[in-house]
Design a binder for this molecule. Structure first.
Ligand SMILES: [Zn+2]
Length: 187
């Protein structure tokens, strides 16, 4: 079995639940982004995109981590958790994963506009000496086509021009133009 096949077998069921949640986001007029957190093969928290209007920080990754963070999990338990998200997390949400000491991120579709992976540097020397600040393992491109289909469905029905523009760039997999106003990169 190849590495990718192992990943697919392990991760597909949880990513499929995240995709279902992403679909609920569309039904609510939101971007199709669904997230679950898994510990010991069980989903312990889930959310979907609900930042409609002026709530710029209500990304589903952040919502699930705020939920998990208040439950008193040990560092070892946190480091055993995996956060599944249908879209590559932004820098804010990646930082929240880091601060929450969640051990792994598995995502579906690349986020060419605000995805964290292209915007962060390499590991720091301090991380080697402070286990609680270890960066999470990151695995991408898990059921990414299924996530893309949801973004295409969102584009077909959305009347929000800024969110539609964001979704179109995600589907196209292109970087935002430096000349474009930042307000257009709205999720
Ligand atoms: Zn985010």
């Amino acid at each position: 079995m190849t590495t990718s096949a192992v990943h697919s077998t392990e991760h597909a069921p949880h990513m499929r639940r995240a995709l279902v949640l992403a679909g609920k986001g569309i039904e609510a007029g939101e971007l199709p982004i669904g997230v679950v957190v898994v510990l010991d093969s069980k989903i312990i928290a889930e959310a979907y995109c609900s930042d409609k209007g002026l709530k710029k920080l209500h990304h589903p990754e952040l919502l699930v981590l705020l939920d998990v963070d208040g439950r008193g999990y040990s560092l070892r338990e946190r480091q055993s958790m995996t956060l599944y998200t249908t879209l590559e997390p932004c820098v804010m949400c990646y930082g929240a994963v880091l601060s929450c000491c969640v051990g792994r991120i598995v995502f579906g579709l690349d986020a060419p506009i605000d995805g964290a992976l292209a915007r962060i540097g390499g590991p720091t020397l301090a991380e080697a000496h402070h286990p609680e600040y270890q960066r999470p393992e990151v695995i991408g491109n898990v059921l990414s086509n299924e996530s893309r289909v949801l973004f295409e469905a969102f584009i077909d029905q959305s009347i929000d021009s800024a969110m539609t523009a964001f979704a179109e760039r995600v589907v196209a997999g292109v970087l935002v133009s430096p000349a474009a106003p930042l307000s257009e990169a709205n999720r």
